[in-house]
Ligand binder design. Sequence first.
Ligand code: C2E
Ligand code: MG
Ligand code: MG
Length: 513
Amino acid sequence: MVLASSLVLMSALLAVVLLLSRSIVRPIRDMIGATGDMVRGNYDRRVAPSGIRELDDLGGAVNNLAQQLKIQLSTLNYQAFHDSLTGLPNRALFMDRLEQALTRALRHGKLTGVLLLDLDNFKLINDSMGHLAGDRLLVAVSERMRACVRPEDTVARLGGDEFTFLLEDLDDLSAAVRVAERVSEELRNPLFLDGHEVFAAASIGIAISPPDSQNLPEDLLRNADIALYKAKGEGKAHYVVYDAKMYPQAWERLRAEAEMRRAIGEGQFRVHYQPKVDLHTGGIVGFEALVRWEHPERGMIPPLEFIPLAEDTGLIVPIGEWVLREACHQACRWREQHPSFADPPLTISVNLSVRQLRQKDLTQRIARILHETGLAPEGLSLEITESVLMEDAEGAIATFGSLKDLGVGLEIDDFGTGYSSLSYLKRFPADYLKVDKSFVDGLGEDAEDTAIVSATISMAHALGLKVIAEGVETAGQLARLRELGCDTGQGYYFSRLLLAGAAGELLRSAVPR
Ligand code: C2E
Ligand code: MG
Ligand code: MG
């Protein structure tokens, strides 16, 4: 009897344990399933309530984790494919959409268009008004661009001030051209930044993929880039449609750029020197450093043949800095070797490119070069062409101010060719005006040229500037310049361009003034 009742009791207990364990195991299995799903990237499964408080707390934590992960991953996903400033798709998303668009176009027999757009003066605005203003400009421009296309088209920011449009289902080229015209028109309206009116004109390259072609997304973007480059070269603020004939030109440019990079690495550039002569005493007062490229096959290449490409690619910055360092080093040696040229001390003049002038840390870079080469600041003079100065006169005035504080000399080169306004001229803290060779050529023969040189000298002197005439070739020109009171001269009449050794010889044999 006792045995039977114990057996019943044990069975009842077992039944209770079994029942309890099932209600515990089910929610635990549920949780294992939900975490397994999370590992596989599915965050939608939720653990159901079990009625057991402790287990429900745990299940709630698992559900919460899944929810948080879902939100954070979708944010990360968005960030990976969008530009954080403008919210536009980024390069990765653009390329993905372009690839899909090209596949669809192949099926439906339609055209796909890519527009690549680059703002013409973004760097100038960014440098002069600051990065915050630059950012606001990019946001405003991106909003205007979005308004120019259909909702199904993609406008993306590739980086910097480069934007791209993906136009799908086009019937013909003119549809893409119309978008380019609309965008250009839209950007012609001024924007207001910090109370300033700003014009954000853009150049646009257009490339179309014909329906039957198997263009890769990279090919189409490259073609748009080639067309954009052409648009920039043709004077900016307009669009150019890619044409297969452009490819060899673009390729040639890439080849030339690679060659120039190699030339920098291999030290193929040389500095030549041309003396500057005091017109009152006839003594040498300094030299201008002029760069040459000693090409292994093409021989000596003059600067006008390679500086435009160097400017375009930005390679002028390392080249210009190399010239600066080399010239300062040389000037320092001449100062040591020829102490008789101490009063006034010999100066070395170096040409600065527009790219260098726009560097925010230009003054610090020059100070570092002076420090490294041991040249005193007054031993260096920088030549900047008038047209470069006038491109951004306010910025140039500020840069000139800090260079002046450093103690280096400043010259306005090619004066007379760059439409200076007199009010600006007054504000440039320059030391010299360099009268352009084209006016010196006509001295004594052409009445207008003579009048221009005469007026320039009087005006410069009245503003407290000295005058140097460049390209003096004849005794007649020299005589006229002396009569007109010009201070300094430079040109083949005095000396051709010399290598450092020959320039040193000239100093040895010359009389200091
Ligand atoms: P620039 O600074 O106005 O230099 C004067 C140019 O006139 C030089 O041409 C010089 O060789 C030439 N020249 C001097 N005297 C005479 C003369 O009596 N008759 C004639 N016909 N020409 C004379 P180059 O060396 O071909 O340089 C051309 C331009 O290239 C320079 O004009 C300057 O703007 C630029 N450049 C030269 N070297 C550098 C450099 O290191 N950096 C930068 N950024 N530009 C440079
Ligand atoms: Mg010069
Ligand atoms: Mg010049």
